[in-house]
Structure formats: C-alpha cells, structure tokens
Design a protein around this ligand. Structure first.
Ligand code: CAA
Length: 440
C-alpha cells in the first residue's frame, strides 16, 4: 500500500507579540508565575489589524507552495479547519484560494474546497479527510492542502484571555510523504458537551475548569479505543507525543493521565510499583469517589518518579516549545506541537527515522482522537525549511494599551478604526471586504 501522509508543513504566526509576564500580568494584577509556570505560557501571538484567518492561512499555504515548487494545477483539494469563520455559507478555503490565485497564473477550478468545524480537533479531521481522499484513489494524482487557521481570542477579562493566540498551519498531504506517514488506526472519544461554545457569537462562552475535565475524559476514552485497535500501547513505542495544547499546563495534566493509562499491566508499572506501589483498580474500592482519590494520589506520585520525568522530558517537553511563545491556535495547535517536537529533535540530532509519534487531538464540544504517525527518513531536511524562529523573533512587542486597541480592532462589535502597528512585508493582507487577499 502506498504511504500517505504529510509531505510538508508551514507555520504562520500573527505579527504581534504580547508578553504575559511583563505586560499582561501587571495589567491583570496577577503574579506572572500564574501564566509562565501555571499555564506554561510566556507570550501570545496576535494578529495586526491587516491579518485574519484568511491572510494567515493564505500566507502559510503560499510559502508551502513556493517551497515545494507547486502551482494550483498540482492541488486537487483545499480544506480549511477553523473555529473563527466569519461566513456561514462560503467556506474560508474559497477566500484562501482567491488570495493564492491572485499570485499564480493558474486557478484552483478543479480543486474540491471545504471547511471543517469541530472546535480544535477540526485540523486533524481535515487531515483525516485529505488522507481518506487520497487513500480512496479519488485524487487523480493530485495533492491536498490542509490549513488550520484561527484567531483564538476571548472576551476581555475572560479567564481564557491569558491563553489567546493567532496563527495558521498549512500541511501538504500526498503519497510518499517526506515528513510523516499517517496510520489507518485511530481511537475516538466523543460526547455532546457544552464546555466551550460560540453560538452565533464571536468570543467563546467557556466553562474553563469544566473544559479541562472534558478534555481529560475524552482523551482517556480515545486512548482506550485506540488501544483496542492496535492491541495495546507501551510508552516506549513513541519518540514524541504531541498533544492539542491550549496551554502547556493542560498538556502536563493530559500527559500524566495518558502515561498512567498506558503503563497499566506493563513492565513500566511493575518497575515503578517498587517505588510507589501498583496503580489502583476500580474493583478495589467501595465507591467511585474513593477510587478517583486513589488515582489522583497515584498519578501525583507517578509524576514525581525519575522514569516519568525522563519520559516527559524526551517525548512531551519538546512539543511545547512553540506553544509557550504563541499561545493557543485552536485548530493548528496539535500540528504546531508536532512541528515543535520535530524541530527540537533535528536541533538535537535525534535519530527519528521510522520512529513513531502518538498524536492526541482534542476539540471542545467534545471529541478526542488518538492516532500514530511514522517519521519518514529525510524528515530533517523538510523540518529544516521551517522559518518559525525568524517569524517569532520578528514579531512586534505590544504594550498593554496597544493590546487593548488591537483586541478592539478584532472585535466585530467594536467601531474602532485602529492604525496598523507593523508594515506588511511580502504577505497577503486583509484590506477590506472585496479587496481582501492583496499581497503587499
Ligand atoms: N505561580 C505558579 N502557578 C500558579 C500561580 C503562581 N503565582 N498562580 C496560579 N498558578 C497555577 C494554578 O495553580 C493553576 O495550575 P493547576 O491547574 O495545575 O492547579 C494554573 O496556574 C492556572 O491558574 P487558575 O486555575 O487559577 O487559572 P484561571 O482559573 O484564571 O484560568 C483556565 C485557567 C480555566 C484554563 C482559563 O485560562 C481558561 O478558561 N482557558 C480557556 C479554556 C481552555 O483552554 N480549556 C482547556 C481545555 S479545552 C480545550 O483544550 C479546547 C481549547 O483549545 C479551548
């Protein structure tokens, strides 16, 4: 069977940077440690007034096409995943295609375009759609572009405000990929939840604490489902485990749950049992509450063991490097985590040829998906093309007053006319309806 997977990846960040410790914390009258240590975030990426989900998605896709020497004729499918869509009819992919067509002599007339919505997991669902399209043989030898793009903004003074971010990830999905091969096995955990919603409103209504519980519950279910597909999982099967990362503190909790879950009945559980005992089983307790308390105690002890900490340092910590500097990108977040892990591995000369990654995607509302990917030899050359370091370093550092104005500028209900803070350079810009997509 021909391998299908991600051939290339590009990341496009919003052009502004909000420092959470220096700028946001004093304005909120909070200890900076809440953001840097508790949530695990140093900064958020913000869009300048000329940036939105279309421009960021088009900029990422354009860089991808240029780098891979592609023209619209090579592309048979454009999928956009977003939870920041502004049009209930026309998909964001048509706006992105319009931007791209303005700089190529060809158009995307014969490409199938669509938009996926299921909160943050939609990026992974779009990847699945592209994979299935190629696998089904309906692609006529063409490639798919999958774009995950969001301006993840919360209402001012919402607790989620500290976790904001804005950016896009574009992925080229193709046969014989250069980066990772996707697997056919998947696990899902899904339930109708109301932890995070945007019913005809721009900023989300979020029950933050509940959303964290729902993330963990769906993740556990997806892991169980995945295990049933692959017949068991061992922590050492995977070199990197990229999670959906609303903020690194959430991944800290999710990783502990995942690790505890997958070490059950393995040699790892037996080894750590010498230090902290065997993990509790439900049948050993009279009430569910007693069982949950025992599990919490065991998990806390587990995360203190050297074995867990070494696993976390190798497989999780590298995936959080970019998220710490940009915040939550919703649909793009788990794909940023994969790119961050691979970028870190390349920098540290880690041999990941044929290694397995375990991807944990999550979307509020709510669904988790677990699948694995196999790293393709030569991956280092592909990941070396990312210019994310330059992009992060080039962001304009905003003051709190500028942040307030920029947030208003992106608030659809606000009437402000705000001057841009940076000058666009060789990128698509939002220049008013009907004129959007001009490249400056
Ligand atoms: N030093 C170190 N740590 C500190 C600290 C300090 N001075 N002050 C607080 N902390 C710690 C807290 O102990 C806490 O850590 P633990 O959870 O490990 O105990 C952490 O910092 C955050 O503090 P709070 O819980 O007090 O923060 P909060 O209540 O103001 O907000 C939040 C946290 C609920 C996650 C909020 O940011 C939020 O609503 N975010 C949006 C929703 C979200 O991201 N949910 C995640 C799951 S849903 C999902 O993943 C989908 C998605 O993308 C949205």
């Amino acid at each position: 069977m021909t391998a299908v997977g991600i051939d290339a990846i590009e990341i496009w960040t919003g052009n502004l940077r909000l420092d959470l410790a220096e700028t946001f914390a004093p304005a909120q009258d909070e200890d900076p440690g809440k953001y840097t240590k508790g949530l695990g975030l140093n900064a958020s990426s913000f869009p300048d007034v000329y940036e939105d989900i279309v421009t960021m998605g088009a900029n990422a896709a354009h860089r991808l096409m240029e780098r891979k020497g592609l023209t619209p004729d090579d592309i048979g499918r454009i999928d956009v995943a977003t939870e920041s869509a502004f049009d209930n009819s026309k998909p964001v992919s048509t706006y992105v295609a319009g931007c791209l067509e303005s700089v190529y002599d060809e158009d995307f007339h014969h490409a199938n375009k669509g938009e996926r919505k299921f909160a943050c997991i939609a990026g992974t669902q779009s990847l699945d759609d592209a994979y299935n399209w190629i696998r089904a043989g309906r692609h006529r030898g063409k490639k798919a572009i999958v774009i995950a793009t969001d301006t993840a903004l919360y209402a001012r003074d919402d607790p989620g405000e500290a976790t904001q971010g804005a950016g896009a990830v574009a992925m080229l999905v193709d046969e014989d990929p250069s980066l990772v091969e996707l697997s056919t096995e998947q696990g899902f955990g899904s339930a109708d939840e109301t932890d995070f919603l945007k019913p005809n409103q721009q900023f989300p209504s979020v029950d933050g604490k509940r959303s964290m519980k729902v993330y963990l519950a769906r993740l556990r279910e997806a892991l169980e489902d995945y295990e049933s597909q692959v017949g068991g999982v061992h922590p050492e099967d995977f070199e990197l485990v990229p999670f959906h990362t609303p903020f690194p503190g959430m991944v800290r909790k999710a990783a502990a749950l995942g690790y505890r879950h997958i070490i059950r009945d393995t040699d790892v559980e037996l080894t750590v049992a010498e230090e902290i005992g065997r993990q509790p089983r439900p049948e050993e307790f009279k009430t569910q509450e007693q069982y949950f308390d025992a599990v919490t105690e065991y998990t806390d002890a587990l995360t203190e063991t050297e074995r867990y900490q070494a696993w976390y340092a190798d497989t999780i910590e590298p995936t959080l490097e970019i998220a710490r500097e940009v915040g939550n990108w919703y649909t793009g977040s788990v794909h940023v985590a994969r790119a961050a892990g691979l970028r870190h591995a390349r920098r540290n000369d880690r041999d990941l040829d044929d290694a397995k990654l375990l991807l944990a995607s999550y979307g509020s509302g709510a669904q988790a998906e677990i699948h694995h990917e196999t790293v393709v030899p030569g991956w280092e050359d592909e990941i070396a093309e990312l210019n994310v370091d330059e992009q992060l370093a080039d962001r304009y550092e905003i003051s709190f007053e500028e942040y307030e104005r920029i947030h208003d500028a992106h608030n659809h209900d606000s009437e402000t006319d705000v001057e841009e803070l940076t000058t666009p350079s060789e990128e698509f810009v939002f220049d008013g309806w009907g004129r959007m997509g001009e490249r400056k």
